[in-house]
Design a protein around this ligand. Structure first.
Ligand code: ATP
Ligand code: MG
Length: 344
C-alpha cells in the first residue's frame, strides 16, 4: 500500500490536489491493526479527480456516488477516495447535502473522534498527523466519542457504527456519547429500511458479532428498529453454528421473539428480500411448534413439523429449546431430513 500511496501522492501533487489518508485507515494504523481499504480524502479536487487518479495509477473506478466518493481498484489493491466536503442535514436521518470543503470541514463531518484524524500524503509534509478532536487521546483512553451533540440526530446509522467499532476494537463509549446514543434511538425511525438493513448486515460481518448484538440489545438499539427484535439466549455459545449460513443464523436469532402477527411488519421495516423473509418466517414458524416438539413424538411427526424449514432457522430454535425439543430438532437436522422413503 505504501508504494501505491506514494504514487497517488505524486499524481495528486501534479494536479494541484492535497491528498490525505483519513478515517478508519488512520485509526487502524495507530492501533497497529491491518486496515480495511484505505480511505483517502482529496482537498481542492475537481469531480473528475477520482477517474484521473485511477487512470494515472493504471487502475479503474469501480463505484462512485453523488456524494463525491469513489472506489478505486489498482491491480489487487482497493482504495476509497472522497472529495473533501462539508455536510448539512436538512432533517434527522435525511441524506446530507454536500459541498466541497477544507480538510478541517471534512474531519468535522465525521462520526467519532478516533475516525476524524488525517495523515498528509503530500510530498511537502508527508506523514504529518491532523487531529483536531484529539482522536489519538481517545484511542489511548479507548473511547468512542462523537464530535458534537447532534451527531446521532443528523445520522442515526452512527448508532450502529458506534457499537460496531466498540465491539471490534473493544472500546467503551464516552459518557456524554452514551447518553446521546440513548437519546438518539428515537431518530432511527426516520432511517429507511434499506439503510437500517445495510447497517445490520455490516454488524453481521464483524468477528465479534454476538458481543456487538448483545450491546445493541442492551442499549435498546434492536428494540428501536422493531420492538420485539432481540437475541435468542444461547447464541453466545453457538460460534460453531456461525460458520455455515452465518447471516441466516443471526437473522433467525434476531426474529426469534417476534410475534407471528408482527412478522410482516418486521419484513417491511427492514425491506427484507425473499431469502431473508423466508428464513425469518421459518424461524417464527418453528418456534411456534416448540411446545409440541417438547413432547415425545414419532419421527414422522417431527419430520412433518420441520420439513422444508431452513436449517439456519431450525438450529437457532434448537439453541433456545428445552432439552426434549432440542433433541427432536437435532434428530431432524442430523438424521430425519436425510431419510428417503424406499417407495416412490
Ligand atoms: P472500516 O474498517 O469498517 O472500513 P472505517 O472507519 O474506515 O471502518 P468506513 O465506513 O470505511 O469506516 O468509513 C470511512 C470513514 O468515513 C470513517 O472512518 C468516518 O470517518 C467516515 N464515515 C463513514 N460513515 C460515516 C457516517 N455515517 N457519519 C460520519 N462519518 C462517517
Ligand atoms: Mg473503511
Amino acid at each position: 500500500q505504501h508504494d501505491l500511496l506514494k504514487s497517488a501522492s505524486g499524481i495528486a501533487d501534479r494536479l494541484g490536489v492535497d491528498l490525505y489518508l483519513v478515517g478508519g485507515a488512520v485509526r487502524d494504523l495507530l492501533l497497529a491493526r491491518r486496515p480495511n481499504p484505505p480511505d483517502l480524502s482529496a482537498v481542492g479536487a475537481a469531480t473528475d479527480f477520482p477517474a484521473a487518479l485511477a487512470k494515472a495509477l493504471g487502475g479503474q473506478v469501480t463505484a462512485d456516488s453523488q456524494f463525491g466518493t469513489a472506489k478505486l481498484r489498482v491491480r489487487e489493491a482497493l482504495v476509497d477516495l472522497a472529495l473533501a466536503r462539508k455536510e448539512f442535514y436538512a432533517r434527522p436521518g435525511a441524506l446530507p447535502t454536500v459541498e466541497p470543503g477544507s480538510l478541517e470541514d471534512d474531519l468535522a463531518r465525521r462520526d467519532f473522534s478516533v475516525n476524524a484524524m488525517a495523515v498528509s500524503l503530500n510530498p511537502g509534509d508527508w506523514g504529518e498527523l491532523s487531529d483536531p478532536f484529539d482522536g489519538a487521546g481517545d484511542l489511548k483512553r479507548r473511547l468512542i466519542k462523537v464530535l458534537h451533540p447532534l451527531s446521532f440526530q443528523d445520522d442515526p446509522t452512527r448508532l450502529f457504527r458506534a457499537i460496531r467499532f466498540s465491539g471490534r476494537i473493544d472500546f467503551t463509549f464516552e459518557s456524554d456519547t452514551k447518553r446521546l446514543m440513548r437519546d438518539g434511538l428515537r431518530f432511527l425511525e426516520n432511517v429507511s429500511g434499506d439503510r437500517v438493513r445495510h447497517e445490520i448486515e455490516l454488524v453481521f460481518q464483524e468477528q465479534s458479532v454476538v458481543a456487538i448484538l448483545q450491546l445493541a440489545e442492551q442499549l435498546g438499539l434492536l428494540a428501536a428498529v422493531y420492538p420485539s427484535l432481540s437475541l435468542t439466549p444461547g447464541l453466545a455459545g453457538a460460534s460453531s453454528d456461525l460458520e455455515a449460513d452465518r447471516e441466516l443464523v443471526l437473522l433467525s436469532s434476531l426474529v426469534y421473539s417476534v410475534p407471528r402477527n408482527d412478522l410482516d411488519a418486521v419484513v417491511r421495516r427492514l425491506n427484507l428480500g425473499t431469502d431473508w423473509s423466508r428464513v425469518a418466517a421459518d424461524a417464527v414458524a418453528v418456534r411456534d411448534t416448540m411446545s409440541e416438539l417438547g413432547r415425545p413424538l414419532p419421527p414422522s411427526r417431527v419430520y412433518a413439523l420441520l420439513h422444508g424449514r431452513h436449517e439456519a432457522a431450525i438450529s437457532v430454535c434448537a439453541l433456545a429449546a428445552v432439552p426434549e425439543a432440542a433433541e427432536n430438532l437435532a434428530h431432524y437436522l442430523t438424521r430425519l431430513r436425510h431419510v428417503r422413503p424406499s417407495l416412490n
